[in-house]
Design a protein around this ligand. Structure first.
Ligand SMILES: [Zn+2]
Length: 255
């Protein structure tokens, strides 16, 4: 990553790495005419990788940022230290698909730029979301769409609902999630801990074998979490999808 100043850089980014659940394996700080270049090698849970990248990529000290996921079991190539930024992760011929981090194909700066445009267009977001979805490869699509949903959901909560009292997820489902979804889709509460969406635009009827509406899982998760004052651990899973033959998409909320 590239920064304008070196003071506090390693300390602050090191703290961001650790608070995201990662350990710092190596670091290297060099100065160049473009600015201060910092390379961090970190280890940690793959599921948190996108969150860590977002934290680093949007950190106030960081001007530009690139991430390379590393396949476990292979030595790090020390020769690449100090090399010009790599824009795409090297792909090895025989790598296991699961070994590669989901972030490889994701460009966080692009996602941040898209989020600003989505906020401007809201609630007319589906043309942009659908074209974004098509641009992700199969590996990163669900993570990326869920991430976009989380960011938009948290933003909508802060914009439209933040003045309300904090609510448990079951109450927030009716009083926050359903009204928040109304400008986007036909949504209704379904039993105590689920929500139905009748017309998800992410459905390609009859084509899929898996639930495909990752954006809404992320969106609901963030809304319900924010509504609880970030005190509840909320997980949302799409258990039925119109894309695989159900009447509607059903999202179950676990808290
Ligand atoms: Zn669905």
């Amino acid at each position: 990553m590239l920064a304008d100043q070196r003071e506090g850089l390693l300390l602050q980014l090191g703290q961001a790495v650790i608070s995201a659940g990662f350990t710092l394996a190596r670091q290297r700080l060099t100065e160049s005419p473009e600015g201060v270049r910092l390379m961090l090698v970190v280890r940690g849970p793959q599921a948190q990788l996108l969150a860590l990248e977002e934290r680093l990529g949007t950190h106030r000290l960081v001007r530009s940022f690139e991430a390379i996921a590393h396949e476990p079991g292979q030595p790090l190539n020390g020769a690449s230290y100090g090399a010009p930024p790599v824009t795409q992760a090297p792909r090895t011929q025989n790598a296991e698909p699961v070994a590669r981090g989901p972030a490889v194909a994701l460009d966080m700066r692009r996602i941040e730029a898209e989020l600003r445009l989505l906020a401007q267009d809201y609630p007319q977001v589906f043309p942009r979301l659908l074209s974004l979805e098509r641009s992700f490869d199969a590996e990163s699509k669900s993570t990326a769409m869920r991430h976009l949903g989380q960011r938009i959901g948290a933003w909508v909560y802060k914009r439209d609902f933040a003045l309300g009292a904090h609510l448990a997820p079951a109450d927030a489902l009716k009083h926050v999630a359903v009204p928040a979804l109304r400008p986007l889709v036909q949504a209704e509460a379904h039993a105590a801990n689920a929500l139905r969406i009748r017309n998800s635009p992410f459905v390609v009827a009859g084509k899929g074998t898996q639930c495909n509406c990752h954006f809404f899982s992320g969106y609901l998760e963030a809304l319900l979490k924010e509504a609880s004052g970030n005190t509840a651990a909320v997980a949302v899973r799409e258990t039925q999808c119109r894309g695989i033959g159900a009447d509607a998409c059903v999202f179950e909320i676990h808290s």
